[in-house]
Every structure is written in C-alpha cells, then in structure tokens.
Write a protein that binds this ligand. Sequence first.
Ligand SMILES: [Zn+2]
Length: 344
Amino acid sequence: MRATVMFEAGDVRIENVPDPKIIEPTDAIISVTRACICGSDLWPYKNMERTETSRVMGHEAIGVVEDVGAEVRTIKRGDLVIMPFAFSDGTCEFCHDGLQTSCVHGGFFGTMETAGAQAEAVRIPQADGTLFRLEVEKENELMPSLLTLSDVMGTGHHAAATAKVGPGKKVAVVGDGAVGLCGVIAARRLGAEQIILLGRHADRIALAKEFGATDVVSERGDEAVERAHELTGGSGVHSVLECVGLDQSMETAIKIARPGGAVGRVGVPQHESMPASEPAFYNNITVSGGPAPVRAYIEELLPDVLEGKIQPGRVLDRTVGLDGVPDGYRAMNERKAIKVMVRP
Ligand SMILES: [Zn+2]
C-alpha cells in the first residue's frame, strides 16, 4: 500500500510499504477514508534526524474496518470508525478514569513504534478500546468535523476542561492553529463570557471570531500580557488554553492568568523545564493539561457535531490526496493552510 513516510526533517514522501496485518488478536485493520496532517507533525518535519527506521506519519483518521483479530468483540468488518490519536484498551484503571492517553496497554499512532494513518490503511492495536463506531453514512457532509474528534477538537476541549472553563468565565486562547481555534469553540461551548484569542494570522483570526472569540491580541511577550490585562479590567483571565508549546507561549499563558486561575496546556512542550514558575507560584496558578484523552471526549462532543451546533471541520481548509501530502506539509509549515485533510 501507499503511505506517508518521514525520513528526516523536510523529507516526507509517499512510498510503497507492506500492507498492515493483524499481529495481535486484539488488532483491527482499517482502510483510511479521511486522515489529516497535524500541527504536531510539523515538529519532526522541522527537527527529525535521519535514523535507521523511517516513520509512517499520521495519527488522526476515519476509516472502514477491513479485518479484525480473533479477540475483537465490539468492532466488526464494515464499521465506519474514528481512530483517536492514541490507542487504548478501554479497560485499565486509567481508561476507566477517562485518561486513555495513559492506558497501560496504550500508545500513539504515527510514531517510530506504531505506523500512522496518512496511508491507505492502518493497523489498530486494542481495537475494541480504541475505535469509536459512527452511525452515519461514509460520505456524510459532516465528515471533516467528525474527523476533528480524532484529535484537534478533543484536544481543544481538553485544554478548556483542564483550564476549568465554565459559564461566565474570562478565557484566553494562546495560539491560532487548528487546536487553538477548536479551543475557542470549546470555550464558547462551555459557556465562557469573554474569549481572547492570542494570534497573528488574519484568516485564522476571522475564523476564531466566527467560532466565538470576543477579542484578539496580536502582540507578543510582555505587550501581549499587558493587552490581555487591559481587556480584563486589569486582573487577567480565569482560564488560559495554551495551544502552542513554546516557552514564550507558556510564559505568556501563566502571566495572563488571574490569581487563582488555571492554565490548560495541550501544546506539546518543546523544552524540559516549565517557564514562569515564579509568577505561577505567587499567583496560585493551576497548571494542568497534557495529551488529550480524545477517546473519552467523543461521546460528549459527537451530538453537537451531528446537530451542527459546532463546526470544527472548518479548520480543515485544504484537501489533498495521498500524492498531495508532501505539499500539504509544506503549506502548513509555511502557514498557507491551517490544517490539511487527506483523502487517500
Ligand atoms: Zn487502558
């Protein structure tokens, strides 16, 4: 089959690779009908060193189940399913806690260990716990929004949930990428009164306003902190959704939180230590977040997608076939596309 293979930074190609096969009796194989390129795929695209093993990319997909292992009980051939970016057994203590990204039998797609979904097909470990069956037609117009439940919408929701967004709260969203935009949707959905987007790209700002952003801060660093305080009567926001992962964005996130506020971080941190430890301490800021257990959130978010109350699929502003995937990476890296949908 054909798949997207990353060899090193800047070198991503469509290659012929062996077809995925059932290895464990708990596996399933799905043919991919929709996948996407993620902002987090841009980190290896920028930094990956050449290694012995190349990496089949992609961790967000919708597909049709083609085969299941002998111990798969709830998923069957022909099912249309969402593949969340992490696999999980659905039965361990952390899965029961709704934290599937910490599953004791879990892992992540599109890594060196587990092949990803920017491909014609993909092997799904722990199929019963991982896959979410959809009861809609394969070519439903809601497909882009349903696809975001595999990562970005669930991740934006996780940022909002861990930042304790609720009715009447003042909220800031740091980052205007696909996750930040979904964070705006999530904050609005959870009843935030004020939603300040920190971003600089005109097209993304326009979309954020449609999603419910009430204010925009395009400054950076101390100026951004000052501006956010001005917009909140001097006190800062209750909840900050950190959707970037860089030191500067984390520092800004902590400094714009009001005393007693919370930061929900979903941007993959690019450094070991956490910045702004001192203001976080003196202002009693809760710093939370991490890899989103999107599998846990599908049930909560799905009805709003099916009813058209939220339209996170609008962040997918370009569609390519497999051959167009390398161009898709380039477009996202150059900020010419917010997020690229792949139709293998
Ligand atoms: Zn588990």
